[in-house]
Design a protein around this ligand. Structure first.
Ligand code: ZN
Length: 523
């Protein structure tokens, strides 16, 4: 390490004078540098010029601007490989992301992307954006375009050719790989052979295969096998999106899931995964009623609930579902926010039924769900994963931390808190409070690991020549503040966030600056 630092200082001395003409753009001095590699941190200074880091070490050259980072950590800007932030075109500031230290967003996940990425990238470049943006090409988007509304079948040869050429064009336009969302329409109707054919096109260009797999619960083993078969036959790296062991009776299956991935790596496959650091997913409480009974909107649902015969069928279906999952009641679900009765916010359904109806029986829980649905719904939090599984996945060195979020409109709706807090939570909850990860390791999972797997050149590391995507934070106070009940709270403790050398966050405020670039694969 010492030797490396000396070399960097020498490089600066020899080339710095000529290129910088005596003054760099920015000097960040006295920081505790966590460089993204996972190596131990060290004290030092970072010099930035024309958007890039030009020296890391002990030098203190003259600079137009100086940031004293004494007592603060300086790390590479975080890379969020799992976003649905296509709405960056409407909200170019991406405040919820940059406020938690994220400087590069990977779009196009779960099979959904813009199908003409060349055009989309051009739009973003014209618009000017705060974070950097990269994108996958989404299989569902490609398939819909080629097959129109008729997709419950394999594609014809012509349709498959068209899909391949759309993927090919997207890769030429700079996509980082192919994504699938195999529980969604129309991807769910694709067989593995179709996916292999398309993955081969991404592979030819050096891309990655990223998948929201066919199953994240009972059949996770088969789903992983499919992912690995695609990686093997199309010869490309593969990545599991938002890895989890979903549903109470699958709790503990993180062990066999990680083992299967480890065996795949032994075989020579390049496999990684991402996770969000929360034990719950969030959706409406009313969505506990089977979809077929909610079809046609609220008035139709009310009609069905008013008809005793239909209502009995609904109750039976819901009880059957619980039984099939091996659980007794709705203890795993909590009300996040219900306008009709604020006393119930934050309570699990049995406790809420007890207050609202005087009993926590399963029938009363169901009645409460129906009442909530009739009132237009309430947001809910579903504890479908165990904290133990989350920690086990988190301990695996191939796991990246990613938010699975879009750009939030401040104070609109009750979205999942991960969109405001995920990366800050890694630092506060898992590094500082529970000491489950070293700061160097937590940073590596959000910087060099994603940059390497997604082929984001000169990102994710603090080293001379890299783009100056940086985050300067207070390790003692950095914190995610968003909760399931009150998600619209920005992370705090980010003193500075820089994108390509431009300061986008200063003392927990967005500066309004838009220095973001489109990050094309390998460029
Ligand atoms: Zn997904």
């Amino acid at each position: 390490m010492q030797l490396l630092r000396c070399t960097l200082v020498l490089v600066f001395l020899t080339c710095g004078v000529g290129t910088v003409a005596g003054q760099a753009d920015l000097l960040i001095k006295n920081g505790q540098i966590v460089d993204g590699s996972g190596n131990p941190s060290y004290m030092g200074n970072i010099t930035i010029h024309r958007g890039r880091i030009i020296s890391v070490g002990l030098l203190e050259p003259a600079a137009k601007q100086v940031i004293d980072a004494r007592g603060l950590v300086v790390a590479p800007g975080f890379i969020d490989v799992h976003t649905h932030a296509e709405n960056v075109s409407k909200m170019p500031g991406a405040t919820n992301f940059v406020r938690m230290g994220i400087t590069t967003l990977v779009l196009g996940n779960c099979g959904g992307s813009k199908s003409d990425l060349g055009k989309f990238f051009k739009e973003l470049e014209d618009r000017l954006i705060t974070p950097n943006v990269a994108s996958l090409i989404g299989h569902n988007s490609v398939r819909s375009r080629a097959m129109g509304g008729s997709f419950m079948r394999p594609p014809t040869d012509e349709e498959l050719d068209e899909m391949k050429s759309t993927v090919d064009q997207a890769m030429k336009d700079g996509a980082v790989g192919l994504s699938t969302g195999l529980i969604y329409l129309p991807g769910t109707f694709a067989n593995t052979e179709e996916l292999i054919e398309l993955a081969k096109v991404a592979s030819k260009h050096g891309g990655i295969y990223v998948s929201h797999m066919r199953n994240e619960g009972d059949d996770i083993g088969e789903a992983l096998e499919e992912l690995m078969r695609i990686a093997r036959e199309a010869k490309l790296p593969a990545h599991v999106s938002h890895i989890k062991a979903s549903g109470q009776r699958n709790w503990g299956r993180s062990i066999e899931t990680l083992k299967a991935l480890a065996l795949g790596r032994l075989e020579g496959l390049e496999l990684t995964q991402d996770q969000y650091l929360y034990p719950a997913s969030s959706t409406g409480i009313q969505n506990s009623i089977p979809q077929s009974y909610r079809e046609g909107g609220l008035s139709k649902l009310k009609e069905r609930l008013d008809d005793p015969e239909t209502k009995a069928k609904i109750v039976k279906r819901m009880k059957d579902r619980l039984e099939k999952r091996g659980i007794a009641d709705y203890e795993y679900a909590a009300i996040a926010s219900w306008r009709r009765d604020r006393r119930l916010d934050g309570l699990r359904l049995p406790a809420a039924a007890k207050i609202r109806r005087g009993s926590d029986s399963l029938d009363d829980q169901l009645e409460l769900i129906f009442e909530i649905a009739r009132s237009g719904g309430a947001s809910g939090v579903f504890y479908s994963q165990s904290e133990e599984d989350i920690r086990r996945f988190q301990q695996d060195p191939h796991t990246m931390f990613a938010s699975d979020s879009s750009i939030r409109t401040y104070r609109l709706g009750v979205p999942h808190p991960r969109g405001y807090g995920n990366s800050a939570r890694a630092l506060s909850e898992y590094v500082r409070t529970h000491q489950l990860l070293s700061i160097e390791e937590a940073v590596r999972r959000m910087t060099s690991l994603p940059a390497r797997q997604f082929r984001l050149k000169d990102r994710g590391m603090i080293r001379s020549g890299a783009w100056a995507d940086l985050v300067v934070f207070d390790p003692a106070s950095v914190k995610d503040n968003a909760t399931f009940e009150q998600p619209h709270q920005y992370a705090s403790g980010m003193r500075y966030v820089l994108v390509n050398g431009g300061v986008v966050v200063e003392n927990d405020r967005h500066t309004g600056s838009r220095p973001g670039k489109i990050v094309r694969r390998g460029k």
